[in-house]
Design a binder for this molecule. Structure first.
Ligand code: F6R
Length: 261
């Protein structure tokens, strides 16, 4: 696992956007897994700058959603599909058909999960999966005790996660859906490169448990240790509970430019 500590979320966003730009330069129809929520926003803002100001062409990129709420009407602006269409695909001018999501309004949710796994496999797998981390250490919506080998499936959200996400539902926790479809931890681990981003002191404990704690299903993000190419990009505040932060800073400072992430 590589840990990169940056000064600001904006510089972290630029760093990760550059990794996506380099990936697409090598493989124009690369597959990218998109996370929602606050953490990836600096990445999406930096990507928009690269596309709009520098004319970077991401039009053949194929996107896969990390997770989706169950129980929202199709097209609900709070759905994760609508969010990624708005924050990434429309903003970057990418074809909306290039985004795939698990069908959380299907009558048969288990079949929808199986067909999402099949769609990822048919696309040749995910090249780069972007992740945030919940304050309880969840990735995707794999809450603590999720199997580290799990596949896309229906999950129930913890009350803490529903409270954390109430800000997207007019601060009314009662209307935050209780169920989601999420890529499993095994699905996430199949991606060729994982990049987890986290900013702010409220993520410091989750980051420390992910990076320095033991691998345990109680901290789903710790499963990144089971991946051969996992990168954690965090700001100073999110790094404050790490005992090895000095080591991570020196290692990154001495890394040759050509290696990148
Ligand atoms: C989002 C997702 C979640 C979030 C996590 C952190 O698609 O799967 O794991 O990444 O809940 O959310 P933010 O970034 O809003 O703090």
């Amino acid at each position: 696992m590589e840990v990169v500590i940056v000064d600001t979320p904006e510089s972290g966003g630029s760093l990760v956007a550059e990794a996506i730009v380099r990936l697409v330069a090598r493989r124009p129809d690369a597959t990218v897994g998109f996370a929602t929520g606050s953490s990836p926003e600096p990445v999406y803002a930096a990507l928009a700058r690269r596309c709009i100001e520098e004319g970077v062409d991401l039009s053949r990129l194929r996107g896969f959603l990390l997770d989706e709420y169950v129980g929202l009407a199709p097209g609900d602006p709070r759905s994760y599909q609508a969010e990624i269409q708005r924050k990434v695909f429309e903003r970057l001018g990418l074809p909306s058909d290039n985004l795939r999501a698990p069908d959380a309004s299907a009558a048969d949710l288990e079949a929808a999960c199986a067909s999402y796994e099949a769609a990822i496999a048919a696309a040749g797998g995910i090249d780069l999966q972007l992740l945030g981390v919940g304050s309880d250490g969840h990735i995707g919506f794999n809450e603590p005790t999720s199997s580290l080998g799990s596949r896309t499936r229906i999950k129930s959200l913890r009350q803490q996660t529903r409270e954390d996400n109430a800000r997207f539902f007019d601060d009314n926790v009662d209307v935050v859906p209780r169920h989601v479809l999420t890529q499993g931890i095994g699905t996430i681990r199949d991606a060729r490169h994982l990049i987890l981003v986290a900013w702010g002191s409220n993520k410091a404990e989750a980051v420390a448990s992910c990076v320095e704690g033991p691998v345990t299903s109680m901290v789903p993000a710790s499963a990144l240790h089971l991946h051969p190419h996992a990168t954690v990009v965090i700001d100073d505040a999110a790094a404050r509970s790490l005992t090895l932060s000095d080591y991570f800073r020196r290692t990154w400072a001495a890394k040759p430019d050509w290696q990148y992430l």
